[in-house]
Design a protein around this ligand. Structure first.
Ligand SMILES: Nc1nc2c(ncn2[C@@H]2O[C@H](COP(=O)(O)OP(=O)(O)OP(=O)(O)O)[C@@H](O)[C@H]2O)c(=O)[nH]1
Ligand SMILES: [Mg+2]
Length: 453
């Protein structure tokens, strides 16, 4: 566990830089209240104010210059966001005003907060655990309802609770091994093998369940990459425009209209889809078109779902389908037959038939896209979901250690060996919530925050 080395009092603008109705400056640390007191003139001293109270007054320089009238909120430790004494100054939303006030505070020996330092302090003071600290960024950055719900779920501690429960199970298993060790004579093989294997398996199964939520978690957190691919003129750009409800990409009857990859985002039922309209794939001697085709292939490689588009006249290209399968794997491909307004009975086989002009079939296409992206598994709001690669990684390592422990048990190894791997698994779980951590891990996490958070 890292301890707080720093007794500095820190300051930063907590609202976005720029002009707004109000701006909030955050101050946190042992000298927060007395320092703001030096520049604040109100009915009473902040040092006499109780926690969670708001005070009207003015900010005035040492020379008596009035900078702004403000509302100041006082939070006393330990019940503040950071767990330290904190003050929030709400000013008029002018960058000049906030800059002046921050400069005044800096001249009183405060320092500017590092990115994420307020939240880091909240973690170090045990106000929140590491998964919750990470969720703070996700809540702020969430762009769809589903991702907001997912990160809220993590902020509320659902994942932490699950991980703590798993640790509990492991600690019990370890003490079971240790108990055996105390009683076992030297060099005697582990006595209650079956019981131990069962206990390890139980934890492995629970970890597997969590791991299996990751593809869903990643999708709601980061969105789904979808490439629109097909021969020239089948209506890829028309489909993009229809989905976006705007004329984003140029559409024409001339094959080879789209030459570059066009990327747009759309939220469908709360899930973020990142759509890539690409150049039609065909053999061409034209340098620009060739480059376009190669960019189309790149878009396919990063896609979670590929819409292979054909139309009632041109059918699908078998060669292209084969190529896509090798690029992304066949279960990522949805075959979309477009232009069914022209010909109802084309006799062409497809996963879904649509018209980018009339909109027919598009709802069905959305349904299939969603199913491909998030799988058939349904999760309730109360399911702990893994959406962060760091958590996924720790869980995988915990599972690996458990598998080794299981093999050792099966192989009749001595309890000491088994205990080591059980301990490793425990540590990997502890890393998720930050009970075991290093400065590197912390710096890596908090550097992704913005200043003021
Ligand atoms: N009738 C009908 N015409 C369509 C439909 N979708 C597209 N078109 C027409 O087909 C032509 C080609 O459409 P685009 O959207 O430019 O096709 P594309 O696949 O993007 O073509 P490239 O960018 O050249 O690869 C245009 O004339 C569209 O108006 C549809 O569903 N029905
Ligand atoms: Mg196009």
């Amino acid at each position: 566990m890292t301890t707080i080395k720093n007794e500095d009092t820190i300051v930063a603008l907590a609202t976005p830089a720029g002009v707004g109705a109000i701006a909030v400056i955050r101050v946190s640390g042992p000298k927060a209240i007395e320092t703001v007191d030096k520049i604040f003139k109100g009915r009473k001293k902040l040092s006499e104010a109780s926690t969670h109270t708001v005070h009207y007054g003015t900010i005035v320089t040492g020379e008596g210059e009035l900078i702004d009238d403000v509302l100041v909120s006082v939070f006393r430790k330990p019940n503040s966001y950071t767990g330290e004494d904190s003050v929030e100054i709400s000013t008029h939303g002018s960058p000049l005003i906030t800059q002046k006030i921050i400069e005044l505070l800096l001249s009183e020996n405060l320092r500017i907060a590092e990115p994420g330092e307020f939240t880091k302090r909240a973690f170090l003071n045990n106000r929140i655990d590491l998964t919750q600290a990470e969720a703070v960024v996700d809540v702020i950055n969430a762009r769809t309802e589903a991702s907001l719900r997912g990160s809220r779920n993590q902020l509320d501690g659902l994942l932490s609770q699950k991980v703590k429960q798993l640790r509990e199970m492991l600690i019990n298993t370890s003490s079971f091994v240790e108990l055996e060790l105390d009683f076992a004579e030297e060099d005697i093989e582990f006595v209650n093998k079956d019981e131990l294997i069962k206990r390890i398996d139980d934890v492995i199964n629970e970890i597997d369940k969590l791991l299996s939520t990751y593809s869903f978690g990643r999708v709601i957190r980061e969105g789904v990459n979808v490439a629109l691919v097909g021969k020239p003129n089948v209506g890829k750009s028309s489909l993009l425009n229809y989905i976006l409800k705007e004329s984003r990409a140029i559409v024409s009857e001339i094959p080879g209209t789209t030459r570059d990859v066009i990327r747009e985002e759309v939220s469908i039922d709360g899930i973020l889809f990142k759509l890539y309209d690409t150049a039609g794939i065909r053999a061409s001697e034209d340098v620009i078109e060739k480059e376009g085709v190669s960019r189309s292939r790149e878009a396919v490689k990063i896609s979670d779902v590929v819409l292979l588009i054909g139309d009632v006249e041109q059918k699908f290209s078998d060669d292209l389908e084969e190529e896509l399968k090798t690029l992304t794997g066949s279960n990522h491909i949805i075959k979309v037959l477009n232009k069914i307004d022209l010909k109802k009975e084309s006799g062409i086989d497809a996963d879904v038939k649509v018209s980018a002009i009339t909109g027919e079939g598009i709802e069905e296409l959305f349904r299939i896209m969603k199913a491909k992206a998030i799988g058939s598994e349904s999760y309730t709001e109360k399911t702990a979901v893994v959406s962060n690669i760091r958590h996924y990684d720790c869980l995988k390592r915990a599972k690996e250690s458990l598998q080794i422990a299981k093999e050792s048990t099966e192989g009749g190894m001595s309890g000491e060996f088994i205990a080591v791997d059980l301990r490793r698994a425990e540590d990997s779980l502890a890393e998720i919530i930050g009970e075991v951590t290093t400065d590197d891990i912390l710096n890596n996490i908090f550097s992704k925050f913005c200043i003021g958070k």
